[in-house]
Design a protein around this ligand. Structure first.
Ligand code: NAD
Length: 352
């Protein structure tokens, strides 16, 4: 098969990768011509953020970033940022902190430095999810894209093994869906396969020895590539269904992704043979869905939606919501098949 026609757009971020690079926040701010940084993080990571804020002589800090970027939190942060006359943003942490940084950048157009400490990949996308009165809305804007991203492996060592492994499978999900996206291209596919491969090899080592620096670096590298995939091409049924489940039943983000991925892959596998072959190559397994299910088992990840707290009666409502708008997906969305898939995922059965 030859190379098919495609469009490829790369996002203009400067990426610094490696141990100890957190020390480069200050010179990077200087390079951007900024002197009054506003540092954001979640309450859990306040100590780390305080150290960075002190290193770069930040003007102000906000340590109340919250999952799913609630509008009220953004507005409070925005008024503090304006009162302190800040000229730049530094977001340190997982998708929740990076999300707040992006929400502030959308409203101020200030330059951003993102310092991710999980494998969610938000720093590589123009996507912003915000919650208003419990409803999550997603938008895309180049304004939210960080100018600089610093991947410092040292900051990921403290990510607990359980969180690391669900966050890592969340990253694999971005790459898997990129392989069968209608607008995929050879460059993104290459990054997707490499991302899945790096994460699959690294995550079991991290679960056994959380301080394994080489494994942590490989996972961060894989998460970076997967984040590019997420930001570059259209996501399909997996992301749609996780969005619906997270929003309707308040299920945790990364855990929901980990549980659902093998089931959605099984749903799509016959309709996306070439993509599945690449997933299988990356996993070094003969069957993509079974391989991903086995990976979750090896990692000790949750295997069922029931253990995440979803009520069985919620399945019908979730199917109804997924069916509401058509979504790009290799296999058409069929209500009965989706219902069986969710029932299997709910009870933690093997995907098929
Ligand atoms: P998170 O940012 O909520 O982090 C989970 C918890 O882990 C937090 O309490 C955090 O303080 C802690 N933590 C983070 N890094 C740590 C570390 N290295 N050591 C110890 N503790 C650490 O979770 P997440 O899964 O990274 O992000 C989820 C959020 O990101 C969701 O709101 C999701 O919608 C969003 N997201 C957005 C995009 C996008 O492109 N817009 C992409 C992926 C995720």
């Amino acid at each position: 098969t030859g190379i098919y026609p495609f469009a490829y757009v790369s996002n203009p971020a400067r990426v610094l990768f490696g141990s100890g690079r957190i020390r480069e926040v200050a010179p990077e701010l200087e390079r951007l011509g900024c002197r009054r940084a506003f540092v954001v993080c979640t309450a859990d990571q306040k100590d780390l953020a305080l150290r960075v804020a002190s290193d770069c002589a930040a003007q102000a800090m906000f340590a109340e970033a919250t999952m799913h970027t609630p509008l009220g939190v953004t507005e409070t942060a925005l008024s503090q940022l304006r009162a302190a006359e800040c000229d730049s943003l530094v977001a340190i942490g997982g998708g929740s902190s990076i999300g707040l940084g992006k929400a502030l950048a959308l409203r101020t157009d200030l330059p951003q430095i993102a310092v991710p400490t999980t494998y969610a990949g938000s720093e590589m996308t123009t996507i912003l999810g915000e919650t208003k009165e419990g409803r999550k809305m997603t938008l895309r804007s180049p304004r939210v894209l960080p100018e600089v991203v610093i991947y410092d492996v040292d900051l990921t060592i403290s990510l607990p093994p359980g969180l690391s492994s669900v966050s890592g499978v969340n990253a694999i999900a971005h790459a898997v869906e990129a392989l069968y996206a209608p607008d995929t291209n050879p460059i993104v596919s290459m990054m997707a396969e490499e991302g899945i491969s790096a994460l699959t090899r690294a995550l079991p080592c991290i679960v056994t020895v959380p301080s394994d620096v080489a494994a942590r670096e490989a996972a961060q590298y894989g998460a970076w590539l997967s984040g590019i995939c997420l930001g570059s091409v259209a996501m399909g049924l997996h992301h749609k269904i996780c969005h619906v489940l997270g929003g309707s039943f308040d299920l945790r983000h990364a855990e929901t992704h980990a549980v659902m991925l093998p089931h959605v892959v099984a749903y799509n596998s016959a309709a996306a043979l070439a993509a599945m072959e690449r997933v299988e190559n990356a996993l070094r397994q003969p069957d993509a869905a079974a391989g991903l299910f086995a990976l979750n088992r090896t990692l000790g990840n949750p295997l069922s939606l029931s253990e995440l707290g979803m009520p069985y009666e919620g399945i019908a409502r979730a199917v109804e919501q997924v069916m509401k708008d058509q979504y790009s997906n290799p296999r058409p969305l069929e209500a009965a098949a989706l219902h069986s898939m969710l029932a299997r995922a709910w009870s933690g059965e093997t995907p098929h």
